[in-house]
Design a protein around this ligand. Structure first.
Ligand SMILES: [Zn+2]
Ligand SMILES: [Zn+2]
Length: 350
């Protein structure tokens, strides 16, 4: 890896920028990620997750058994470039560790990997059966032949409702007036169009009497209503089906998700959302079936495995002998890969 210089500012646990106006300097190279007050050797990097310009970097730390994390706001290079560099380095080291472990056990020939076409990270597929789709735990993309690599990374789990959708950043702006005091509140959230609409109307209602915030609320409402529908390609119709699912109309939502599966041939994302839709209305056997179908389409899709495990447990079924969960279980026992835990935390929504 070529040395990449970084311009950034630290973000505190409340989501506020630390320090004064000046940005700090750091860098990442083959050996380490160096920020002004800490150096993280690349073999300790677990992975990262981004929201707008902010990046949460998760790393192994002797003092924190589940991993530690730091949040920075990045000005140079682009946050996407830095995310890719961190994830590529983290995935290479994770694979090396896995390889060494299997070699020690005399099972080196079991290693199976794939390179993510969306972010270039190396995905460890050891123990997973070959399926038409493949999930990248680093950028969150599901590789599906019917969807372009750039489009795949746009489909992510919404921070607000938990459905797979096309989440975007939204600026929430509330102008408020109290008898002796006025000011404004402003924060960034990351959510899908459906959640954005709800937030936009809430903002408009909150702002109507104080005219300042109205233009912001109107812009957000416009983005929520028209931005979502401009999504074309294989996943079109995904957010419309999510709207039905959130209203408790699981059968109607299922029709929308089925249309995506028919168009793409396979879709773990659509099946997982259908599973979530049925779980919401307590139709657990149907939810289970959809989570199973998701894993048959994409064997390493962790969100579907979590959904399947949860619905099986809720119905009192044993998890141990479910064949689709077996690869995840062995992973959990033998590795601290970011594919399984939620070790990459979501940044504070500010
Ligand atoms: Zn990826
Ligand atoms: Zn949402």
């Amino acid at each position: 890896m070529q040395t990449m210089k970084i311009k950034y500012r630290d973000v505190d646990t409340n989501g506020q920028l630390k320090g004064f106006l000046f940005s700090k300097k750091g860098r990442i190279d083959e050996q380490a990620l160096t920020l002004s007050d800490m150096t993280i050797p690349t073999e300790r990097l677990i992975g990262c997750e981004t929201r707008d310009k902010r990046i949460v970097i998760a790393f192994h730390d002797a003092t924190a058994p589940g991993g530690a994390a730091t949040v920075i706001e990045v000005y140079k290079p682009s946050v996407k470039k830095l995310e890719q560099a961190i994830n590529r380095s983290a995935s290479d080291h994770e694979l090396l560790r896995r390889q060494q472990k299997l070699e020690e056990l005399g099972r080196a020939d079991e290693i199976r990997t794939s390179v993510c076409p969306s972010c270039d990270a190396t995905i460890d597929l050891t123990g997973h059966t070959q399926t038409p789709e493949c999930f990248c735990p680093y950028c969150g993309a599901v590789a599906n032949e019917g969807v372009a690599p750039k489009e795949r990374v746009k489909v992510q789990m919404c921070d607000s409702c938990g459905f797979f959708a096309f989440p975007r950043g939204i600026t929430c702006f509330y102008f408020y007036f109290l008898v002796f005091f006025y000011g404004f509140r402003h924060q960034r959230k990351h959510m899908c169009s459906t959640c954005m609409r709800a937030e936009g109307w809430k903002m408009l209602a909150g702002n109507l009497i104080f005219i300042l915030g109205v233009p912001v609320a109107l812009t957000q409402l416009g983005r929520a209503y028209f931005g979502g529908s401009s999504i074309s390609g294989g996943y079109r119709g995904l957010e419309a089906a999510n709207v039905a699912a959130r209203k408790g109309k699981a059968e109607k939502a299922q029709q929308g998700y089925n249309a995506i599966v028919e168009r793409l041939g396979v879709s773990a994302v659509a099946h997982t959302n259908a599973g979530l839709a049925f779980a919401r209305v307590d139709e657990l056997p149907k939810a289970t079936e959809h989570f199973e179908n998701a894993l048959l389409n994409c064997g390493n899709f962790t969100p579907a495995a979590k959904g399947l495990a949860a619905t099986l447990a809720a119905q009192g079924h044993p998890l141990e002998d479910h064949p689709l969960l077996a690869p995840f279980r062995s992973d959990e026992a033998s590795s601290d890969s970011p594919a399984l835990g939620d070790s990459v935390a979501h940044p504070a929504a500010h």
